[in-house]
Design a protein around this ligand. Structure first.
Ligand code: HEC
Ligand code: HEC
Length: 373
């Protein structure tokens, strides 16, 4: 009995302590491991021999090695949330190509967010962010989840700046990144944006084969590419680099395929009445098709668990919503298009989509969690 009372008392004290320290930074349980020489975030693009279609880096916030290093720490630091339990990396997991496994992400205290966590990959080549394309700058976008009531709940950014300035590893990191140790919301947003911008994928089978006229594609992948083109998937999902692809229909100039096109949104006839209207009329951002192998479930609400379901949607499931994108309508009848793919064609299409898999971003330490517990 005494033991029980003692336990109860201890438990009470813990709860009390817990509620007091809730707003305080939590550094005791983890240590930070950074390389002695910063990783070369800024050089990634110099190594490429291609012309990039579009790059959203603003002149006053180019990616630097120290800026992105700070961004990496912030990205994985639970201190950015009100209860010290959620970081960007909670919902954007490196092992899942910076998406998560839920149909709708879980925020702090397990509250369910309203949408599916997108793969934060090649955001540098996108001009609009969020499924409803409501944000048009990464510097602005990265602050929103921190403040979001469901996601991280840290409404007051000045308060966050003060909180972080009391964490021992930050002054030096801010100094390295921006020339002065003081922490402020502007620097937090810039550093996070730099890190997000540096998470790039250029190393899929598709990328390598493209330089090689797809000669190394096996017959199934080759057939899948034909199905992809003939089905008009490329009319919305651009998948490749612009400059090398002269003359090819699906390689047109607005090509931001690295990042999820972001240039426009569309209604793909998922249902007749949308609970979530997205950017209006059930229109949503056209997502990138890179690394689908890791980013299930799919669509803005995570309604499809597998690529087979996605393919079946386009094959036979598109509904006649009044705002259905014209590219998914039959040109003659105006009715939702039916692809009528046979089983082999469906498998081939999936095999082609898998050529957009790039595992290098899943294992690259410069994008990994720098905290050790
Ligand atoms: C609780 C889960 C959660 C946390 C924490 C979270 N995100 Fe997200 N993130 C999401 C969801 C869900 C979306 C899609 C929201 C929408 O479209 O309305 C999203 C969207 C994004 C996008 C836009 C992607 C696109 O394709 O347009 C970026 C970039 C992003 N998050 C970065 C971050 C950063 C940086 C942080 C940390 C400061 C962060 N996220 C924290 C769940 C989360
Ligand atoms: C009219 C433009 C359009 C066409 C054509 C189109 N898509 Fe999409 N696709 C979208 C949009 C928009 C979304 C997101 C819709 C949503 O979440 O509500 C999407 C989502 C997807 C997703 C889910 C990605 C994710 O991360 O959740 C896959 C996979 C996909 N499309 C594959 C295809 C394939 C394969 C084809 C050809 C058979 C195709 N799409 C044709 C616009 C299009």
């Amino acid at each position: 009995m005494k033991k029980f009372l003692l336990c109860t008392a201890l438990f009470g004290i813990m709860l009390l302590l817990n509620s007091c320290i809730k707003d305080q930074p939590n550094t005791s349980v983890k240590s930070l491991e950074l390389p002695t020489v910063a990783y070369e975030y800024s050089k990634v693009l110099d190594d490429l021999t291609i012309d990039l279609p579009f790059d959203n880096s603003p002149a006053n916030n180019q990616v630097t090695d120290h800026g992105a290093t700070l961004g990496r720490v912030l990205f994985y630091d639970n201190n950015l949330s009100i209860n010290n339990q959620i970081s960007c990396g909670t919902c954007h997991k490196q092992s899942l190509s910076f998406a998560d496994e839920f149909d709708k992400s879980l925020g702090f205290e397990e509250a369910v967010t309203t949408r599916n966590s997108p793969a934060v990959l090649n955001m540098r080549f996108s001009n609009k962010f969020f499924w409803d394309m409501s944000s048009s700058s990464l510097e602005e976008q990265v602050i929103l989840p921190i403040q979001n009531h469901i996601e991280m709940g840290m409404e007051d950014m000045d308060y966050l700046a003060t909180k972080l300035s009391n964490v021992d590893y930050y002054p030096e990191l801010f100094e390295n990144a921006f020339g002065s140790p003081e922490v402020n919301p502007d620097k937090i947003s810039k550093a996070l944006a730099q890190f997000v911008r540096s998470i790039n994928s250029f190393d899929s089978t598709f990328d390598r084969e493209k330089a090689n006229d797809f000669e190394g594609f096996d017959p199934l992948q080759q057939q899948g590419m034909t199905v992809f083109l003939e089905s008009g998937c490329n009319n919305c999902h651009t998948v490749t680099r612009a400059s090398e692809l002269d003359g090819e229909v699906f390689f047109e100039e607005d090509d931001t395929g690295y990042g999820g096109t972001g240039l426009e949104g569309s209604n793909i006839g998922l249902q007749l009445v949308y609970d979530d209207q997205g950017m209006g009329n059930g229109m949503f951002k056209v997502p990138s098709l890179r690394n689908l192998a890791f980013t299930a479930p799919y669509m803005h609400d995570g309604r499809f668990n597998s690529l087979q379901e996605v393919i079946e949607h386009y094959n036979s499931g598109v509904v006649a919503h009044e705002e259905l994108d014209f590219r998914l309508k039959d040109v003659d009848t105006g009715e939702p298009k039916r692809l009528n793919l046979d089983p082999i064609e469906k498998v081939a299409l999936e095999a082609f989509l898998m050529t957009l898999t790039d595992e290098s971003v899943l294992t690259d330490t410069k994008f990994s969690d720098p905290f050790r517990y």
